[in-house]
Design a binder for this molecule. Structure first.
Ligand code: FAD
Length: 446
């Protein structure tokens, strides 16, 4: 805040998830002293950690296992800005899909596109016909700039005629991991954008980054310390219940626990349904955005954490599992958390993306069934303890033709960030961070 920027003129960021924090940091870098409000007692929103008893000992767990990509440039830059050492914070490995039965497709640590060519040559499991088909498919889409020329449709159409084994082992798992829905329910445009920025980009962009520390320490805690040290104010336990929008694009206000807070501009860095609530019945110009946000649907993600005896190791730090809900095999990915983090020795996390029959199971039954799946697929013994966390609103459903409001709302001084705002990306950390930075850029200097 410059000397002239009073609290009535300061930007207020509603939401201290990764998008809100990214926005606030960018605002500070532009000379503002924003106020950040969050309803929760902690920052980080959908990507945060907490301490939980697992087996006999408490451990720092994330609300969901997260995987970042080397191409998450905005996120990695921002982490560095707030003082996080990105080299030690992640385990970085070339992009790979490895199944317990030995099927493996792994990008080599070579300049693009050699990293993918080497992946095809060195693959274990795909037939010659599958390799040939994958080569043709990748070249065709790389040549067309990863653009889908038809109007948006289900991503399944991108793989019509491709070998069923490849769809099952490669494209479906990638779609579930990145978009959190089945190929039939995913937007072809959005999936191609993700593939362009990962597999279609430089080898280091497609690298898998598995956090070695809890998500809260990875960014939100460092971000809050940095913001506070740089003159911003962060208030937790502060649910915004209403907006007041000034006529002339200035003089906005927010209600927080009965208190009225003035704001020069407001960024709603909130999930779509929360943003829809706050924008409803405020100003006729905001109604279309509110209704569009109301129509956004959400998809769940479940993470099951299992503790095994110290020293228990998976054959690879990240394994792709073949799910088969009819057999009770719901798990899709298994992460050996102890592989490079001694504090997590013996802990395996298993991820289930999107909707599925697992949703009918309670936490205990889900933990038990995943333990049985790991016994059958990986030969692991009964775990010493487990817990399951299902985030019902983990991501938006990136359906074909999905419409989200523009980040710059049609009332001056009001902005959206996070996966509620229009974007070429699905709900990801990088998408959220970029949207927060874009909202700060739209606000401009003080
Ligand atoms: C289980 C799980 C696994 C995931 N895996 C991955 C992954 O592997 N890779 C990846 O890139 N992405 C992943 N994601 C997605 C990623 O976590 C989210 O896209 C991202 O964290 C969203 O950040 P955000 O700031 O946009 O929103 P949020 O994190 O939802 O932040 C919104 C904030 O607003 C606050 N809030 C809500 N209402 C109010 C109100 N009225 N007043 C004040 N504050 C309010 C909330 O408390 C919250 O802190 C995953 C998400 C989940 C849940």
């Amino acid at each position: 805040m410059t000397a002239a920027q009073t609290s009535a003129m300061r930007p207020v960021v509603v939401g201290a998830g990764w998008s809100g924090l990214a926005c606030a940091i960018s605002l500070v870098l532009r000379g503002h002293r924003p106020l950040v409000l969050d309803a929760a007692p902690h920052a980080g929103g959908r990507a945060r950690s907490f301490t939980h008893a697992l087996g006999s000992a408490p451990v720092e767990l994330d609300n969901g296992q997260h995987l970042l990509l080397g191409g998450y440039r905005a996120t990695l830059d921002l982490m560095q800005t707030v003082g996080v050492d990105c080299t030690s914070a992640f385990t970085r490995s070339p992009f790979a899909l490895t199944y317990p039965d030995g099927w493996r497709l792994a990008a080599a640590d070579l300049p693009a596109p050699l990293h993918l060519a080497a992946a095809l040559l060195g693959a274990r499991g795909p037939t010659l016909a599958e390799r040939w088909s994958l080569t043709r498919w990748s070249l065709r889409h790389a040549r067309s700039g990863w653009r889908y020329h038809a109007a948006d449709g289900p991503a399944a159409a991108l793989f019509a005629g491709e070998p069923a084994g490849l769809v099952r082992r490669l494209w479906r798992p990638l779609c579930l991991a990145a978009l959190n829905v089945e190929l039939e329910d995913a937007s072809a445009h959005i999936l191609l954008n993700v593939l362009r920025d990962s597999l279609g980009a430089r080898a280091r962009d497609s690298a898998l980054l598995v956090p070695r520390i809890g998500l809260s320490r990875l960014f939100p805690e460092a971000a809050i310390a940095w913001l506070t040290a740089h003159g911003a104010e962060v208030r937790l336990h502060s649910t915004v219940t209403a907006l007041e929008v000034g006529d002339s694009g200035a003089g906005h206000a927010l209600c927080v626990r009965g208190e009225r807070l003035a704001a020069g501009s407001i960024v709603l860095a909130l999930p779509a349904d929360r943003a829809a609530d706050l924008l409803a019945n405020v100003n006729a110009a905001l109604e279309p955005a509110s209704q569009m946000l109301r129509a956004v649907r959400f998809a769940p993600i479940a993470t099951v954490y299992l503790r095994y005896a110290a020293g228990t190791r998976l054959t690879y730090p990240v394994l792709t599992l073949q799910d088969d809900p009819r057999q009770g095999h719901h798990g899709q990915w298994a992460f050996d958390r102890g592989a490079r983090d001694p504090a997590m020795d013996g802990i395996v996390s298993v991820v289930i993306s999107g909707e599925g029959p697992y949703r009918a199971l309670d936490r205990d039954a889900l933990g038990q069934t995943i333990a049985l799946q790991l016994r059958s697929a990986l030969g692991l013994p009964a775990p010493l303890g487990y817990t399951a966390i299902t985030e019902k609103h983990a991501t938006i459903v990136p359906a074909p033709g999905l419409r989200r409001p523009d980040a710059v709302l049609p009332v001056a001084g009001l902005y959206l960030a996070g996966d509620a705002a229009d974007s070429p990306y699905p709900s990801t950390i990088e998408g959220s961070v970029r949207s927060g930075i874009a909202a700060a850029a739209a606000i401009g200097p003080p």
